[in-house]
Design a binder for this molecule. Structure first.
Ligand SMILES: [Zn+2]
Length: 264
């Protein structure tokens, strides 16, 4: 089995929108059984750009193929406590979504205390929270200073029973990710998009990052994620070709750890 912990859909109104069948085709070709579709709330910035993803669109994918897709909702400090909590409760209890995505590059630090009620709710519901970290998504108005993983130490310490996923392993701040995870057993990292950085920057990122993470943490908190169906095959090839991983490490990274995080 292979589980992709980090995937996205585009808004139905967007020119980049791909129907569910395109996802299934790519997943089948790569042998990926399940993919997590992440929520997106960039707060007021996203409202202006009309880029926020309503949970209903995520739920459409999950409802069409509940055995293949797992959906996450999203939260942003701009919404205020009440609206964030209402959204999360509805997403988890009514729409069957199973986690929360936070996008700090859209204007706040990951340890922003306005999100603490969200983290309390996540702990209560037993759902994981993924934070975008590292390189910023290429959208206008986002800021890379909010993407350092070190701020997640506060969140991990204050919410020891909440599962935290550091997306993109915090690259290029991988040492910060490692440090935060060394002291906090509730911290995981996904390796999504690292092959893409390799392509853009013209040097190797994925394998050294994977090696550093597994050498420091072991393989049990490292998660396979693609960041999109177009990166799926390349990311899988990287994991499969990493000669420093044992077969048991590879199993953990490709699905066993994700199964634990997603609790199914
Ligand atoms: Zn992503």
């Amino acid at each position: 089995m292979i589980i992709d912990i980090h995937n996205h859909i585009s808004l139905k109104s967007s020119p980049y929108y791909l129907p569910v069948d395109e996802y299934l085709k790519a997943m089948d070709e790569c042998g990926v059984e399940k993919a997590v579709i992440l929520g997106k709330d960039y707060g007021k910035l996203g409202d202006r750009q009309q880029s926020n993803l309503p949970d209903e669109e995520t739920a459409t994918f999950v409802k069409a193929h509940p055995d293949r897709f797992i959906g996450f909702t999203a939260a942003h400090p701009d919404r205020g406590v009440e609206q964030n909590l209402e959204r999360i409760e509805r997403a988890v209890n009514d729409l069957g979504l199973k986690g929360i995505k936070i996008n700090p590059h859209a204007g706040h630090y990951p340890n922003d205390e306005r999100l603490y009620p969200v983290f309390e709710k996540a702990t209560e519901l037993g759902v994981p929270v993924m934070f975008h970290t590292g390189i910023k998504a290429p959208s206008e108005g986002t800021r890379v200073k909010y993407c350092q993983p070190i701020y997640l130490d506060d969140v991990a310490v204050d919410f020891p029973d909440m599962t935290i996923i550091i997306a993109h392993a915090g690259y290029p701040w991988v040492e910060e990710t490692i440090l935060v995870g060394l002291y906090n057993g509730n911290v995981y990292a996904d390796i999504s998009t690292l092959t893409q950085i390799e392509g853009v920057m013209g040097f190797e990122v994925m394998l050294p990052t994977l090696q550093k993470l597994t050498a420091s943490w072991g393989a049990q908190r490292v998660l396979f994620g693609s960041d999109g169906i177009f990166n799926m095959e390349e990311t899988l090839t990287a994991v499969k070709s990493a000669d420093f991983l044992s077969d048991s490490d590879r199993e953990k990274i490709l699905w066993k750890n994700a199964k634990e995080v997603l609790q199914f």
